[in-house]
Design a protein around this ligand. Structure first.
Ligand code: MG
Length: 159
């Protein structure tokens, strides 16, 4: 049996914060505010993995009131969610994600982001899709005050 999961995340952008997306540092004068490193892509993928096995959400596993997660490297969240799906007998079939960000343009970094996410999830890079779009000047993304991400993941039962 296959299982599908879906995750979203949004963070405010603030000057002077590092912009880390999918574990890759993007040169930018602004970055996501947050308790952890604010990696919206890894947060959305973590929530998609947890959602696929109905195991709660990133906030229940890694509460932002917990000092352990202050400035945390979000790769830790995604790796823990991944191991939870494995314990339950699943492996990842594919991941499809979209990042919404007005600037900088992410196209030059997409392949590095895909490669890093694939490495973290221990899947082939062609199993990981990362797309980027702008807010067309509309809403919090379009005004440059937020970055958001959505991710879908398909799990298949290990034979
Ligand atoms: Mg987040």
């Amino acid at each position: 049996m296959n299982r599908i999961g879906f995750g979203t995340d949004i963070h405010r952008l603030e000057p002077g914060r590092p912009m880390v997306i999918g574990g890759i540092v993007i040169p930018s004068a602004f970055g996501p505010a947050g308790h952890s490193d604010g990696d919206i892509l890894l947060h959305a993928v973590t929530d998609a993995l947890l959602g696929a096995v109905a195991a709660g959400d990133i906030g229940s596993h890694f509460p932002d009131t917990d000092e352990r997660w202050r400035g945390a490297d979000s790769t830790r969240f995604v790796l823990e969610a991944l191991s939870l799906t494995r314990e339950r007998g699943y492996r990842i079939a594919n991941v499809d994600a979209t990042i919404d960000l007005e600037s900088p343009k992410l196209r030059p970094f997409i392949d590095a982001i895909r490669a890093r996410v694939a490495e973290l999830l221990a899947v082939d890079v062609d199993c990981v899709s990362v797309k980027a779009k702008t807010g067309e000047g509309l809403g919090p993304v379009g005004s440059g005050s937020a970055i958001s991400a959505t991710a879908a993941v398909l799990l298949e039962r290990r034979s």
